[in-house]
Design a protein around this ligand. Structure first.
Ligand SMILES: *[C@@H]1O[C@H](CO)[C@@H](O)[C@H](O)[C@H]1NC(C)=O
Ligand SMILES: *[C@@H]1O[C@H](CO)[C@@H](O)[C@H](O)[C@H]1NC(C)=O
Ligand SMILES: *[C@@H]1O[C@H](CO)[C@@H](O)[C@H](O)[C@H]1NC(C)=O
Ligand SMILES: *[C@@H]1O[C@H](CO)[C@@H](O)[C@H](O)[C@H]1NC(C)=O
Length: 434
C-alpha cells in the first residue's frame, strides 16, 4: 500500500471505539512480577525474591529513585500467587496474610504516595493458573468492587480453568463491573490468548470496546527463541492485529525480558525496538535492584520510549521480509514522522543491507534520520542508496523526521552533490561520498 493510503486507512480504523474509561491512551508502562518471579512463595528461604509486599515495595523504590518513573514506567503489577487460598468470610478475595501483612491497600498507598500505580491479577475461572481462588461469573462484581476499594489502578484477568462460553460472558461482565465501581481501572484481558488470538474465535472490535489491552498469544519466557517466536506471530498476523490497536486499546505481546538472563545486548535492543514498533505495553519483568547498566540504558532510551508512546497510537508493520533474513519494520508517528527498524535474523555476521528510502516507499524529498541506539543524526534523500550494518539477531532503529524541502546548500558542499552512506558502525560518522 502507498504510504499515504495506508496512513489514511490506519487513521480511519483508529476512529473505532475504545473502552471509555479514559486510561491508557498510550501503551501502559511499568513493571510486572510474573516472568522473573513467577510463583515463588518461599519467603522463608528466598525472602528477597518471593511474591510478597517487600518485593513490590523494592520495585516501587527502584522505579521512583532510579529514573524510571519520569520516563513513564509507573505501573507496579502483582501477578498470580498473591492471594490467600481462601476467600474471607464475606466471600472477598484477600491477600496472603503472611506475605502481605499490610494487605493490598498498604501497597496501593505506598505506590500512590510515590506517583506510581498498582496493578493486580485475577482469573476468569474456578482457579488462577497457579491454583489460587479464581473469579467465577457469580463473583465478578464482588471482585471488581474489592479491587476498587483497594484503590487498584489496573487489573489483569487471566483465563485458566474456564471454558469458551464462560469467558464470553465473563470478560465483558468484568468490564461492566469495573466501570460500575466508578474507579478508572485499566483492564487487561487474557481472553484472546485462550481463543487462539485470531478471528473468527476472537472479535477484536469487541475487545477494543471492553478492554484496554489484551494478551493475544502465549507467555513470554526468558529466551531469544521465545521473543523471536512472539515477534513472528505478531507480524505474521499484522493485518488482523494492526486495526485492533489504538489509543486506549492495545495488543500485548507480553513482558520485556531485557535485564534478565536470556537476551544478548543486540537481542535486548531488538525486543525494545520491535515492541515500540508494535505500540506494545512496556512491562518489564526483571530485577530492578540488580539490573545491569547496559540493560537499563536500553530500557531507558528516551527516543525508543517516545516512539512507543506516540500519541497517534498506530501500530507499525513489517514492510520487508527478505529470504536472506533481513526484515524492515515501519511505524507512522505524529508530526509526519515515522520509525524504521532493520532487523537481521542472521546468526553469523553483521548483515550489510543496501536499500534507499524510496524503496521503503518514502517519496517526498529529504529526511532527517536519528539513530535511536547510537544517537547519530544525518540527512538522507529518498533516492540515496545507503547501507545499514545490522548485527546478528540485532536491529538498527531510526526515527525519521518529517520530509523537508532542505536548503540546497545542505546538499552541496564545495560544489559537489553529497550522498550520505550510513554504515551502521556505532563509532563511525556517516561516510559521505563527494
Ligand atoms: C511500496 O508500495 C507499493 C505500492 O503500493 C507496494 O506494492 C510495496 O509493497 C511497498 N513497499 C514497501 C517496502 O512498503
Ligand atoms: C463508565 O462508562 C461510561 C460510558 O462508557 C464512561 O462515560 C465512564 O467514564 C466510565 N467510567 C469508568 C470509571 O470507567
Ligand atoms: C462450560 O462450563 C459450564 C459450567 O461452568 C457448563 O455448564 C457448560 O456446559 C460448559 N460449556 C462447554 C461448551 O463446555
Ligand atoms: C464483533 O463485535 C462487535 C462489537 O461488539 C459487533 O458489532 C460485531 O457484530 C461482532 N462481530 C462478529 C463477527 O461477531
Amino acid at each position: 500500500m502507498h504510504l499515504a493510503v495506508f496512513l489514511l486507512a490506519s487513521v480511519l480504523s483508529a476512529a473505532t471505539f475504545a473502552l471509555d474509561n479514559g486510561v491508557m491512551r498510550t501503551p501502559p508502562m511499568g513493571w510486572l512480577a510474573w516472568e522473573r518471579f513467577r510463583c515463588d512463595i518461599d519467603c522463608k528461604n528466598d525472602p528477597k525474591n518471593c511474591i510478597s509486599e517487600n518485593l513490590f515495595i523494592d520495585m516501587a523504590d527502584r522505579l521512583s529513585e532510579d529514573g524510571w518513573r519520569e520516563l513513564g514506567y509507573v505501573y507496579v503489577n502483582i501477578d498470580d500467587c498473591w492471594s490467600s487460598m481462601e476467600r474471607d468470610e464475606n466471600g472477598r478475595l484477600q491477600a496472603d496474610p503472611k506475605r502481605f501483612p499490610g494487605g493490598i491497600p498498604k501497597l496501593s498507598r505506598y505506590l500512590h504516595d510515590r506517583g506510581l500505580k498498582l496493578g493486580i491479577y485475577g482469573d476468569m475461572g474456578t482457579h488462577t493458573c497457579g491454583g489460587y481462588p479464581g473469579t467465577t461469573l457469580d463473583k465478578i462484581e464482588t471482585d471488581a468492587q474489592t479491587f476498587a476499594d483497594w484503590e487498584v489502578d489496573m487489573f489483569k484477568f487471566d483465563g485458566c480453568y474456564s471454558n469458551a462460553t464462560e469467558q464470553e460472558k465473563g470478560y465483558p461482565l468484568m468490564s461492566k463491573a469495573l466501570n460500575a465501581t466508578g474507579r478508572p481501572i485499566g483492564y487487561s484481558c487474557s481472553w484472546p490468548a485462550y481463543q487462539g488470538g485470531l478471528p473468527p474465535m476472537v472479535n477484536y472490535t469487541q475487545l477494543g470496546e471492553i478492554c484496554n489491552l489484551w494478551r493475544n498469544y502465549g507467555d513470554i519466557q526468558d529466551s531469544w527463541d521465545s521473543v523471536l517466536n512472539i515477534i513472528e506471530w505478531f507480524f505474521r498476523n499484522q493485518d488482523v492485529l494492526i486495526p485492533a490497536a489504538g489509543p486506549g486499546r492495545w495488543n500485548d505481546p507480553d513482558m520485556l525480558v531485557i535485564g534478565d538472563f536470556g537476551l544478548s545486548k543486540d537481542q535486548s535492543r531488538s525486543q525494545m525496538a520491535l515492541w515500540a514498533i508494535m505500540a506494545a505495553p512496556l512491562f518489564m519483568s526483571n530485577d530492578l535492584r540488580t539490573i545491569s547498566s547496559e540493560a537499563r540504558s536500553i530500557l531507558q532510551n528516551k527516543m525508543v520510549i517516545s516512539i512507543n508512546q506516540d500519541p497517534m497510537g498506530i501500530q507499525g508493520r513489517r514492510i520487508v521480509k527478505e529470504k536472506s533474513d533481513i526484515e524492515v519494520f515501519w511505524r507512522p508517528l505524529s508530526s509526519d514522522a515515522s520509525a524504521l527498524v532493520f532487523f537481521s535474523r542472521r546468526t553469523d555476521m553483521p548483515y550489510r543491507y543496501q536499500t534507499s528510502l524510496s524503496k521503503l516507499n518514502y517519496t517526498t524529498g529529504s529526511y532527517k534520520i536519528y539513530d535511536v541506539f547510537t544517537d547519530k543524526t544525518m540527512i538522507l534523500k529518498d533516492s540515496t542508496n545507503f547501507v545499514v550494518s545490522v548485527n546478528p539477531t540485532g536491529v538498527v532503529m531510526w526515527y525519521v523526521s518529517a520530509p523537508s524541502k532542505l536548503n540546497r546548500l545542505q546538499f552541496y558542499r564545495g560544489g559537489n552533490v553529497q550522498d550520505s552512506v550510513y554504515t551502521g558502525d556505532e563509532n563511525a560518522i556517516p561516510r559521505v561520498f563527494l
